[in-house]
Design a protein around this ligand. Structure first.
Ligand code: ZN
Length: 611
């Protein structure tokens, strides 16, 4: 009986009426149903919330692509151990919208990735902006702002549409690096005050784990802003990223977090695919059937999508939970190229990634695993050789399978199709994928199952600010720190009207070193979050003889004082580790004496868009 589902503890056993030696020609021999499935489905329906979400996308993986790969590798009555083992399935629509807000029936990867990443339909070619160009918050950004760890894994260039949509907001998906952005996304270039290229936005969002291809763009040089004149690799290093580019390097990484996020770039562009084989040609279906062969260019198996998924999960697993997106990109790319073996091998790789995720989810009951696609694609299993391109494959059953690539001229890029695609789920909240959905539902299912607060300004609203001293000498250095700025990736500071530069916000915290001016008097330091516009100020007096700081005693508070704006608590911030808590307390006492704490001001400005 070939139809036994793997992972049967999870799901489905052999058909109740199947006996050893059943053939598909026998009555019941091809059945997949295990008698009555009702109880198995009941058991699979688990209420949310979930601590973790792993969202796995097969790019271009329509029902046809799954069936082609299953027939070839598992046989017609077989099943994938990952993709086919998720207990709850439905379908979703994948249409996009035009700049006029009308429907676009045949979408592409940027608009579709934006749809599940943000819950908002997008225009083809754009990433995580609405049809009018307004940035929309992504699942990865929201998970991060809610204190979860985040990961982004793909076999494509990491700037490509699917991974790019989680970290970037840009009008054109091709603006990978500063060079392309200056030319083709001009208003969005850093030197023009924009959010920057996809690579630069990725560095700003600072996911804990990023694994994929696309190293080429990181060799480009920033054309504006704080990192002007330096390559993105240099920028990443200076901002604390761990950079790895091979399996040994990845293997050596034992931790990844906001202090040391992991950026693994293992190919200049997209990963080489697992298998190679005959190209579809006109009349190819009439040729003798051929099997796929291993692609000698394939990367180390330690860098397979399944391996990367396991590694990412291991680095992300933590008490507060995580959001991880994983993409098998080349089902689509090889479908475009009418390369059936490339497409099938990538589907096998994706199945291994699903198995990795399910293995983790089965032992950690608080993980929702979702598996779907961005859009359907060309390839079709045909009964005879079509007029366009086709290929004849020798399946594992020793039989011929003709696959047609017929919706574009042979030799040109095949087209996506507008069919609904499959979505499958396992774990808390997975019951929501049953039935007919839209792609945008994936955003809400994921966000709601994780219990994410989607109001970014509210997530930075309890931020506090503190200075290392209330009185400083002219020219003396002191520090100003913010904590609880959870929905901001960077913060900039100013002393009066003088800009003090920008810092990465790590776990809600950033610290600025400030040199007091030569002029005596009160000075205001203001720190502003780049994402939410949250702005906080603290006052410091420049005096000839600052009040001496008493020796540290045992009664220091470990939390920021209540007067500092809501008490995000936590200690452990940058000041706590520099022993500067007492001066902060003194500063606050002095300020309270001066005017009821009015000098510590939390002023929030809501930006006019859903960032
Ligand atoms: Zn495509």
């Amino acid at each position: 009986m070939a139809a036994l589902m793997a992972g049967s503890g999870l799901l489905l056993a052999a058909p109740a009426n199947a006996v050893e030696g059943d053939r598909i020609t026998d009555n019941g021999g091809a059945a997949r149903l295990d008698g009555d499935r009702t109880q198995a489905l009941r058991d699979a329906l688990v209420d949310g919330p979930a601590k973790n979400v792993i969202l796995i996308i097969g790019d271009g993986m329509g029902d046809s692509e799954i069936t082609v790969a299953r027939n070839y590798t598992q046989g017609a009555s077989g099943s994938f151990a990952g993709i086919d083992a998720l207990p709850l399935t439905g379908q979703y629509s994948t249409y996009s919208v035009t700049k006029d807000g009308t429907v676009d029936y045949a979408s592409e990867s940027a608009s579709t990735a934006s749809a599940w990443s943000t819950g908002t339909k997008a225009v083809d070619g754009s990433l995580s902006v609405d049809y009018a160009g307004n940035p929309q918050s992504t699942l990865l950004e929201l998970a991060k702002a809610n204190g979860k760890k985040t990961g982004n894994v793909s076999t494509s260039a990491i700037q490509d549409a699917t991974p790019g949509a989680e970290v970037a907001h840009i009008s054109q998906r091709g603006c990978f690096g500063p060079d392309e952005t200056s030319q083709r996304c001009t208003p969005e270039a850093v030197e023009n005050g924009g959010l920057g290229s996809i690579s630069e936005q990725l560095l700003n969002v600072r996911p804990d784990v990023t694994l994929g291809g696309g190293s080429e763009s990181f060799n480009q040089t920033a054309k504006g802003g704080q990192w002007k004149g330096r390559t993105l690799v240099e920028q990443a290093q200076e901002r604390g990223y761990q950079l790895v580019n091979d399996a040994a390097g990845l293997n050596a990484v034992t931790a990844a977090d906001q202090q040391q996020p992991l950026l693994g770039l293992f190919a200049d562009g997209n990963f080489p695919v697992r298998w190679q084989g005959p190209q579809a040609t006109v009349g190819g279906g009439d040729l003798a059937p051929q099997a796929c062969t291993p692609n000698p260019e394939r990367l180390d198996t330690g860098l397979s999508l399944g391996s990367l998924t396991s590694k990412a999960i291991g680095l992300l697993d933590n008490q507060k939970g995580f959001f991880l997106q994983v993409e098998g990109a080349s089902i689509d790319k090889q479908d475009h190229a009418a390369n059936a073996c490339g497409q099938i091998g990538e589907t096998v790789d994706l199945d291994e990634a699903v198995q990795s995720a399910l293995d983790f989810a089965k032992t950690n009951g608080d993980t929702l695993v979702l598996v779907s696609a961005d859009h359907a694609h060309t390839s079709q299993i045909l009964g005879s050789t079509p007029p366009g391109a086709s290929v004849n494959l020798l399946t594992q059953e020793g039989q011929s399978m003709i696959v047609g690539y017929t919706n574009a001229e042979p030799g040109s890029s095949m087209q996506h199709t507008g069919s609904q695609v499959r979505v499958a789920g396992y774990g808390p909240g997975a019951g929501n994928v049953v039935g007919l959905l839209d792609q945008t539902d994936m955003f809400f299912i994921s966000a709601n199952t994780l219990g994410l607060n989607r109001d970014l300004p509210a997530l930075s609203a309890d931020a506090t600010i503190s200075a290392s001293a209330s009185e400083v000498k002219p020219g003396e250095e002191f520090t100003v720190a913010v904590e609880g700025m959870d929905a901001d990736w960077q913060a900039s500071a100013s002393l009066g009207s003088e800009a003090l530069g920008q810092q990465d916000v790590k776990n809600g915290s950033a610290t600025f070193t400030v040199t007091a001016p030569k002029t005596l008097g009160e000075q205001t330091v203001t720190v502003t979050g780049s994402k939410t516009g949250t702005s906080l100020s603290t006052a410091v007096s420049v005096v000839e003889t600052p009040a001496p700081a008493p020796a540290p005693g045992p009664e220091q508070p470990s939390d920021p004082p209540a007067g500092a704006g809501g008490g995000s608590g936590g200690g452990g911030g940058p000041l706590a580790t520099t022993g500067a808590q007492l001066p902060i307390l003194l500063a606050v006492i002095a300020l309270l004496a001066l005017g009821g704490g009015a000098a510590i001001v939390a002023r929030r400005r809501r930006v006019g868009m859903n960032l």
